[in-house]
Design a protein. Structure first.
Length: 340
DNA sequence: AATATCCGCAACCGCTCCGAC
DNA sequence: CGTCGGAGCGGTTGCGGATAT
């Protein structure tokens, strides 16, 4: 049995909002504040679904919203955050004052995605299309599963026609991803819950699995994480915490070098965060939020240090020193795949 | 000037999450 | 512990204006 509709869809008005309807929402919010949107149509005298009222308010009427075009800085930040956390529009929008998730999503779909494709960059992986194609070749040699989306992308976007130079300009950002991904083998996942992702990338020598495309981390079915934790003591927890610290620093140093972390790397961080006290069914956004926070913070720092290479280098050196220190302490958890 | 096509954006849909009971 | 229902999210649709033919 499905869930009953939130309102009588046949009797509510749909489509564009009139200024009169907007005025009613504004008057309602001024008098009652925000909350319980299902009551809003009744109290405000609107023949609309409560959900529709909430959307109208959050996406258009909120007084703190910007209605002008996106600046190049905002554009850059969206690309950075999308590379770090994927299409988590609400999290990205949180880093852009005055912008809604809908704004960011629309801007990405109508402008930024096309812009990247024009440059020969795959907007999903943020990798040069030539590399995506070669990866696809490797994948098909290991597994017969190839998603329709991947084929559609190849077929629809004339990607092979893009000048090599444009791809190269962006390609430097991914040099560390290649070595990272060489540490992974494809692991077909038979789970029915992962139907949206035909394959997973599983890290060698690690109990943690990485999702290649799914939004939520998935666990290697052969490994019982809780057993791993329960058999050990606080030492393990402190190691996990330090790995998290290292993950964040790795992302930060990558960003400071103009590199973008790949999804596997971000997924790793999220796995760590979600397991360390945030182990909820279906995962948690906190890991993503943490990465989004780091990415946007680093973006701001990069902006500030532009034109001042000394402070930027100092920062990077500090990160690299710290990273070396942690690598020396926990060699078993850190392979050579993250060499800068 | 008329028509076709493209593009951007607002709005909707269906789903998940999460708190209350 | 299971159910219910509101809130929020990401993907998709469709309208209306802009541009091309």
């Amino acid at each position: 049995m499905g869930r009953p509709p939130c309102c009588d869809k046949t009797n509510v008005k749909r489509g564009l909002w009139t200024p009169e309807e907007d005025a009613k929402i504004l008057a309602y919010v001024a008098n009652h504040g925000i909350g319980n949107w299902t009551l809003v149509p009744k109290i405000a005298g609107l023949n609309r679904c409560g959900k529709s009222c909430r959307l109208r308010w959050t996406n258009y009427l909120r007084p703190d919203l910007k209605h002008d075009g996106f600046t190049p800085q905002e554009e850059e930040l969206i690309i950075t955050l999308h590379a770090a956390i994927g299409s988590r529009w609400s999290l990205i929008a949180k880093r852009l004052p005055g912008r809604t998730d809908n704004d960011v999503k629309n801007y990405w779909n109508t402008k930024l995605r096309k812009k990247l494709m024009k440059m020969g960059i795959d907007p999903v992986t943020h990798k040069p299309v030539s590399q995506v194609l070669s990866d696809l070749g490797s994948i098909s040699s290991l597994t017969t599963i190839t998603t329709q989306n991947q084929m559609n992308f190849v077929n629809n976007n004339s990607i092979l026609e893009h000048p090599k130079e444009e791809q190269v300009q962006y390609h430097h950002q991914f040099t560390n991803q290649e070595s990272f991904q060489q540490q992974y083998v494809l692991n077909e996942v038979a789970s029915s819950t992962s139907s949206s992702c035909s394959s997973n990338l599983t890290r060698l020598n690690s109990p943690i699995s990485y999702s290649c495309k799914t939004s939520q981390a998935q666990v290697n079915p052969n490994f019982d994480w809780s057993e791993f934790l329960h058999n050990d003591e606080p030492f393990i927890w402190s190691e996990i915490q330090q790995i998290q610290q290292c993950d964040i620093q790795r992302v930060m140093s990558s960003l400071s070098l103009g590199l973008l972390p790949n999804e596997g790397e971000v997924s790793n961080i999220n796995n760590n965060y979600n397991r360390n006290g945030n182990d909820k069914q279906g995962g948690s956004s906190e890991g993503f939020d943490a990465v989004a926070c780091v990415a946007s913070k680093q973006y701001e720092m990069n902006k500030q240090s532009e034109g001042n290479s000394f402070s930027g280098n100092e920062f990077v050196d500090g990160i690299l020193d710290k990273d070396s220190e942690i690598r020396a302490t926990f060699p078993e958890f850190l392979d050579a795949s993250f060499d800068y």
